[in-house]
Design a binder for this molecule. Structure first.
Ligand code: LLP
Length: 437
């Protein structure tokens, strides 16, 4: 997985850095990102579009992992950026990300967030529903400021993935229904506005998808409607954003396609559909999150207690869990791991890796083949780069881990470990006098 290898000391090395050294320097749990791999993934997407001769934007879906340093890497690689809240936008601004390449998502942007997006004159707002369209129109009119938007549509596609990360089906909280006239009336309304420029449409059908069928069906449905709209009221989009969702390999059970194949098949379908119409080819935008950073991240944990349930299983507990990676508890997500201090030792037993939170569901891996192991070993869990740190929390008041980037044999701390002091920073004692501002 990733670019890990075993060094002369017999330790797992990532990006040319010994992971055991990292745990000594920065403690555990520790998120480690192999930045060369992130760059390789970003370049892969961009190269595929270049080879196809297609005008495109590859936007990093920063919800997968947002931090100032990460956004700087996205900027260095010429990516655009998808943000989904004022907080993600603020992080991008702090990272000096070019605001004209920022796209703002979300099904319930607040007035404050919309003003913030307009203040920074970001590239476009992805409008999700009618009440947002009306609010945005009102705000822009008041500010006498124009805005570029995409309309997010729901094409009625069921992608084969976990229910909670499905987003393109009709009964979804996201987007305008493409097929029942909702999207069309939103488009007509937006086109009448003096303040709104509709660049095109957006759709995102789900996440961790292994096939291209869903994307292709979505493209067919969208272009089918675009044809109708062109005939009916001469609307031509300049942008078609097909979202993210390209799957990655967490364990051997997963069989994703190479990233370039998703892009190639989707683009060819769009080209074929457009060639067969009076429309001109729009720019294609995509928004990968997981497939840019997922397999570049590894979490290092210290193994602590163990518990044997005779004839059932052995539990090994690590010093993190659902507080730094909630995905197994939330989606039954599967992960693979090795002992970072001796990855080549012979496998002798199958163990269950438990977290340290007060919750029975706080299990990271149910069946992991390992050498005989226990307190003092270091466990490296692979593929934690997406929706790991970004969904981390302080359950049980466990401080969130530190994050380091490794590249070319060098490690760089990019998020400090939370301290106990950080945990109580916002707490107010009873009777404490506060200024409510
Ligand atoms: N664009 C939109 C509009 C999205 O909603 C998402 C993900 C993406 C792009 C990026 O999708 P990706 O390429 O990363 O699959 N927490 C879940 C995943 C939630 C995805 C939410 N939206 C998980 O841990 O699996």
């Amino acid at each position: 997985y990733g670019t890990g290898r075993v060094n002369d000391l017999g330790h797992l090395e990532i990006g040319g850095v010994d992971t055991i050294e990292l745990t000594k320097q920065y403690g555990t749990p520790l998120y480690v990102y192999d930045i060369a791999l992130v760059r390789e993934r970003a370049r892969g997407f961009k190269k595929t579009f270049e080879e196809l001769g297609i005008a495109a934007q590859v936007a990093y879906a920063s919800k997968a992992f947002s931090s100032i340093a990460m956004i700087q890497v996205a900027e260095q690689e010429g990516l655009s950026l998808d943000v989904v809240s004022g907080g993600e936008l603020y992080t991008a601004i702090k990272a000096n990300f070019p605001t004209d390449r920022i796209h703002f998502h979300g099904n319930n942007k607040s007035e404050e967030e919309l003003h913030m997006a307009l203040d920074y004159q970001i590239g476009c707002i992805v409008v999700d529903n009618l009440s947002e369209l009306e609010l945005l129109e009102e705000i822009c009119a008041k500010r006498e400021q124009k805005v570029k938007i995409l309309l997010r549509v729901t094409p009625g596609i069921e992608a084969h993935t976990h229910d909670y990360i499905l987003t393109g089906q009709e009964d979804s909280k996201f987007g305008f229904d493409l097929m029942n006239g909702q999207a069309e009336s939103a488009l007509r309304q937006a086109l009448k506005s003096n303040w709104i420029e509709v660049l095109g449409l957006h759709c995102h059908i789900g996440s961790q998808i292994f096939q291209t069928t869903g994307f292709i069906l979505a493209a067919q449905k969208i272009i089918g409607q675009l044809r109708n709209w062109q005939a009916a009221f001469d609307y031509q989009p300049t942008v078609l954003n097909l979202g993210g969702g390209f799957g990655i390999r967490y364990t051997e059970e997963d069989e994703p396609l190479p990233a370039s194949q998703y892009v190639e098949e989707i683009v060819r379908e769009v080209q074929a559909q457009i060639a067969d119409s009076d429309l001109t080819m729009p720019e294609i935008w995509i928004e990968p999150g997981r497939s840019l950073v997922g397999d570049a991240g590894v979490t290092l944990y210290q193994v602590g207690s163990e518990k044997e349930v005779p004839e059932v299983r052995k539990y090994l507990a690590v010093d993190g869990g659902m507080s730094d990676n909630i995905r197994p508890a939330l989606y039954e997500a599967k992960y693979d791991a090795v002992l970072a201090n001796r990855p080549l030792d012979e496998v002798e037993e199958t163990v269950a890796i438990a977290g340290k939170c007060c919750e029975s569901g706080d299990m990271l891996i149910w069946d992991l083949p390992l050498p005989k192991s226990g307190r003092g070993d270091v466990l490296a869990v692979f593929c934690t780069g997406a929706y790991g740190y970004s969904m981390a929390n302080n359950y049980n008041r466990i401080p969130r881990p530190a994050v380091v980037f490794v590249e070319n044999g060098e490690a760089r701390l990019v998020i400090k470990r939370e301290t106990y002091e950080d945990l109580v920073r916002l707490d107010l004692a009873l009777h404490e006098v506060v200024d409510c501002k």
